[in-house]
Design a protein around this ligand. Structure first.
Ligand code: FAD
Length: 385
């Protein structure tokens, strides 16, 4: 059985590793010519880490991951603590520590694990043809690849999704812009082992530990889409939005390197429940593009990869049947996480200012129980619980 995998992001690579380990023949095609992911880091929550563990990559995750023992919210304007609590109850409830990791390092680790020399880089798929017994991808250079199934792990702007749904999908602008990057740990921003988030005015500034004494940082600002931006101006633009915020935030702005700071307009896609057509299926953002507000997009992609490999291994009525069973297992949970993230996004970014103020008020009374319960509920229901 041969699987053609389109996209070497975390979804495609996780699927490729899982299927290779299960004895499938796999071919991975990626449009870019090198490992240069957009975005500095991601938080791999416990469900994502469990998927990596399932693939035998636990030690690698421990090496790449930051030690995040506690969580805190701070009033962005005054610097006054709103709540601070341990993440130990979360880890105990779900059975696995989460690991924030530098994105490029996670990608590289997955590529190496699969076999970096085996990945076909610089190959942009432009067409899919399924004749009922085999499926063929055509690439921009005119070459083709044929297999028993095709896995579209081609991300948020997936062309495989358009093929499966029979029409282009409209992405929805979530209403905010995110700047992110990596800086050396500095306790001016927050303790080295803590996820610290400053909130106020519907905006957010956050630092989270990744390995080797670095913080992943991000800034969120509600803004229209499509504004002009010059990367070199990151500090000035952030100072415009946060110049009146607490000293920790000023210190972060003065530390960051504008040239390695990413700026991303945040979109999502309304959940849909058809991921499979014949011998073609979707994995990752192609099937469930979410806002990053609960940090679950990449984790869901990893869950897809594991669920897909299990479906293909345990069902014997053929590829099309196995893909339908995979779809049935995954679409509801993945879609639910997209909607949870959207809800969180709207509260965090002051879509309704009264609801956001109520959330700020709640944070001042929070002992961690409610927040941990919320994170646990995102993690639970994964294929490896
Ligand atoms: P991608 O990583 O987008 O990979 C798709 C790949 O397909 C790309 O390499 C692309 O070049 C390739 N490709 C596309 N089209 C073609 C084609 N036609 N032919 C060949 N190749 C093609 N998730 C978390 O779990 N935790 C977080 O903390 C988190 N934080 C985030 C913060 C931000 C600001 C953003 C934007 C997202 C965040 N996410 C997070 C979500 C996460 O980044 C995505 O869900 C994840 O990258 C999806 O992986 P993927 O493999 O499906 O897609």
């Amino acid at each position: 059985m041969k699987a053609i995998i389109i996209g070497a992001g975390m979804g495609g690579l996780s699927a490729a590793i899982a299927l290779k380990q299960a004895g499938f023949e796999t071919e991975v095609y990626e449009q870019v010519t090198e490992n240069k992911p957009v975005g500095a880091a991601i938080s791999v929550w416990s469900n994502g880490v469990k998927c990596m563990n399932y693939l035998g990559l636990h030690e690698q995750m421990v090496k790449l991951g930051g030690v995040m023992d506690s969580m805190a919210y701070v009033d962005g304007l005054t610097g006054e603590g709103m709540c601070q609590f341990s993440l130990a109850p979360l880890i105990e409830q779900v059975g696995q520590r989460p690991f924030p990791v530098a994105r490029a390092e996670l990608q590289l680790m997955l590529m190496q694990e699969y076999g970096i020399d085996e990945i076909h880089f610089g190959m942009r798929m432009v067409d899919i043809a399924d004749d009922g017994s085999q499926v063929t991808a055509t690439f921009a250079d005119g070459s083709t690849a044929t297999g028993d199934l095709l896995i579209g792990a081609d991300g948020a702007k997936s062309m495989t999704r358009d093929y499966v749904l029979g029409a282009p999908t409209q992405r929805r602008y979530a209403g905010y812009v995110n700047w992110n990057g990596l800086v050396p740990v500095n306790t001016d921003f927050g303790p080295a082992d803590q996820w610290t988030t400053y909130v106020g005015e519907g905006k957010r500034v956050s630092v989270m530990p990744v390995s080797e004494g670095r913080f992943y940082f991000f800034f969120d600002v509600p803004l229209p889409a499509g504004l002009d931006y010059d990367r070199a101006s990151a500090k000035e633009v952030l100072a415009e939005h946060f110049g009146h915020w607490a000293p920790g935030v000023q210190s972060l702005i003065s530390t960051l390197d504008p040239m390695t700071t990413n700026r991303v307009e945040i979109f999502d896609v309304e959940p849909f429940h058809t991921w499979t057509k014949g011998r073609v299926t979707l994995v990752g953002d192609a099937g469930h593009n979410t806002t990053p507000d609960i940090g679950q997009g990449g984790c869901s992609a990893m869950e897809d990869a594991i669920a897909l490999s299990i479906a293909l291994r345990v069902n014997t009525l053929g590829v099309e049947d196995a893909l339908k069973r995979y779809e049935k297992k995954r679409t509801e949970r993945a879609g639910d996480l997209v909607l949870r993230a959207r809800k969180r996004c709207d509260v965090t970014h002051a879509k309704d200012p009264a609801a956001t103020q109520a959330w700020y008020d709640e944070l001042r009374c929070e002992d961690g129980t409610g927040i941990v319960r919320g994170i646990v509920s995102n993690i639970e229901g994964n294929p490896l619980d």
